[in-house]
Ligand binder design. Structure first.
Ligand code: ZN
Length: 139
């Protein structure tokens, strides 16, 4: 399963990250990840991204830091890791919490309806068996 933050990249592009957010194509990347998950039958969900960089993934405590602080070091439980790793762990924790909540598991199929060309690839995927064709044995 894959969880991604539900950031509105159009809003971010107007804000502090400016045009870099659009140049890097984050929104497009998310669409591709969503599609690949759907195609491979993997679970995909977006989680609330607010405060993921300010929260301790180990104890849940609030650890305030601005963008220049690259290391997460929790004064409550002592957990120390890279800032981005901590944010990723928070997204994972929230995702697992989300799917363990009754009534939220239906989100899995939500991406199937709004992706262009998914009908065609679905029928192709069913018809085509890749068993034994993709790799030859390395003897
Ligand atoms: Zn902590």
């Amino acid at each position: 399963m894959i969880f991604m933050e539900d950031l509105d990249y159009c809003t971010s592009a107007k804000g502090m990250f400016g045009k870099h957010m659009l140049d890097a194509g984050f929104g497009q990347f998310r669409t591709i990840v969503k599609y690949v998950c759907w195609k491979r039958g993997k679970f995909f969900a977006e989680v609330d991204a607010r405060g993921t960089s300010q929260e301790c993934p180990e104890c849940g405590g609030l650890v305030k830091k601005d963008l220049s602080v690259r290391v997460h070091s929790c004064p409550n439980c002592g957990y120390t890791t890279d800032r981005d790793v901590a944010a990723g762990q928070n997204i994972r924790n929230r995702g697992i919490k989300l799917i363990s909540t009754v009534g939220q598991t239906g989100m899995e199929t939500a991406c199937a309806v709004d992706l262009p060309g998914t009908d065609a690839s679905q029928s192709r995927q069913v018809a085509k068996s890749r068993k034994g064709k993709t790799r030859k044995s390395s003897k």
